[in-house]
Ligand binder design. Structure first.
Ligand code: FAD
Length: 388
């Protein structure tokens, strides 16, 4: 119920010369270890999608064009943004009347809101007033098709952990780096002594002070930890007896009249032939849902599905993530928040006295919020330790 996709299995990353002709290292792991992956759609942003809306039935608006117009206007507005400009501020300047190939088009406010919420929520798992307008679109993806793992993403950590001594089920509460060695202390009082330690807990855990440090982390690192944003996204998997939706589509979108709670649904049937859908929510909606019971969350999702498909049947099985209440996560993935800069992830990544090092998606400005970002940060820090 966390990551599904390898974001791009082609070589290279547009805008990052250092990755020219190089594969996403996670994809490389799948190639080297014969881990099966499956294309969800042939090219990025080229999935088959259908839009339903609050007026009933399929929407006739060309949302793809609205989205492109929005992205073009963002590129212009981004040049003028400073670190305190939120994405919301930039978005508010996006005109409802737009020039399209067929003349001037007046957009429905709800479509504008949807396009915007989709952009913020799916990319950043956050709300627009929180996201830095200056740094949007700086989280890079690899080129080429997006792949999923028919047998689960878990194969990646299992493969990488082969031949390593991994000790599970230890809750770390304190790290003491005041002496020659670093002591890592767990909640049951166990002490692990090491020459060097890499801290890879999520940003939200660092913020929560679940782990204390002796001496305290340098103030500038603490400031950067505070300045960066922790996003929330949750998935609801609903399995049915039979498919009652458009089985050919990859994505089923719903544009509501101002309330975008269940705007994005993935047609799982397309890839697994199981009659199942995965519904997404994010940002403040995800925070609200995280406080609700499974029944209430599913009821809300089913209400939306029944507007889209009045013939929708009851579900037979469900899984629900609640990352906010996972005590070892407390977030989905990180983003550059209003007021933060690209220096902040770098600052969090900075080692202290060559004794404690930091890695994880939140330390990788270029690939923040992704599984490949986390993996690349780990490779980088391992090379640094070898050099040190
Ligand atoms: C819903 C969702 C969908 C996503 N979809 C994608 C996707 O399709 N593609 C993609 O590339 N990325 C996706 N991501 C993002 C991706 O999963 C993360 O960026 C990545 O897993 C981050 O890796 P990490 O190693 O930095 O942190 P984590 O994977 O969070 O690892 C941190 C580890 O620290 C442990 N920990 C925390 N506190 C303690 C403690 N006190 N003591 C001991 N251990 C502790 C945790 O248990 C965890 O094992 C998604 C994330 C979510 C939530």
């Amino acid at each position: 119920m966390g990551a599904s996709w390898i974001h791009g299995i082609g070589k290279g990353v547009q805008g990052l010369q250092e990755w020219k002709n190089k594969y996403n290292p996670l994809y490389q792991v799948t190639l080297e270890n014969n881990i099966k992956t499956l294309a969800t759609w042939k090219e990025r942003d080229n999935g088959e999608y259908l839009f339903y809306w609050y007026k009933g039935g399929e929407m006739t608006y060309d949302v793809g064009t609205v989205f492109k117009l929005f992205q073009n206007s963002l590129e212009i507005l981004q040049d003028k943004a400073n670190i305190n400009t939120s994405l919301k501020e930039m978005y508010s300047k996006f005109n409802l009347t737009q020039k399209t190939s067929s003349g001037d088009a007046k957009l429905d406010q709800n479509i504008k809101d949807y396009t915007f919420a989709h952009f913020c929520g799916f990319e950043y798992a956050a709300d627009a007033d929180q996201i830095s307008g200056k740094y949007i679109s700086n989280d890079y993806l690899f080129l080429g098709p997006e792949h999923i793992f028919p047998d689960g993403y878990i194969q990646i950590p299992i493969t990488l952990a082969k031949d390593l001594n991994v000790i599970l089920n230890q809750k770390i509460t304190h790290i003491d780096y005041s002496g020659e060695y670093v002591n890592v202390i767990t909640d049951n009082g166990q002490i692990f002594e090491a020459n060097r330690v890499i801290v890879t807990v999520p940003l939200a855990i660092l913020k929560s002070k679940m782990i204390t440090f002796t001496p305290q982390l340098p103030q500038s690192k603490q400031d950067s930890i505070e300045k960066m944003g922790t996003g929330l996204m949750d998935k609801l998997y609903l399995e049915f007896q039979d498919v009652f939706w458009d089985e050919e589509a990859d994505w089923l979108y719903y544009i509501s009249d101002g309330n975008v709670k269940w705007g994005i649904t993935l047609n799982h049937y397309q890839y697994t032939k199981k009659p199942a859908l995965i519904l997404f929510n994010f940002g403040k909606d995800a925070r609200e849902f995280s406080e609700l019971s499974d029944e209430d969350v599913i009821r809300s999702a089913m209400e939306t599905l029944r507007i889209m498909y009045p013939q929708a049947t009851d579900y037979v099985k469900y899984y629900r993530s609640n990352w906010n209440h996972d005590q070892f996560a407390r977030q989905a993935y990180s983003f550059v928040k209003v007021g933060a800069t690209k220096e902040d992830p770098l600052n969090i990544a900075q080692d202290i006295d060559k004794k404690i090092y930091f890695a994880g998606e939140h330390t990788n400005f270029n690939f923040i919020g992704s599984a490949h970002g986390a993996y690349i940060s780990g490779i980088d820090v391992a090379s640094k330790i070898i050099d040190d």
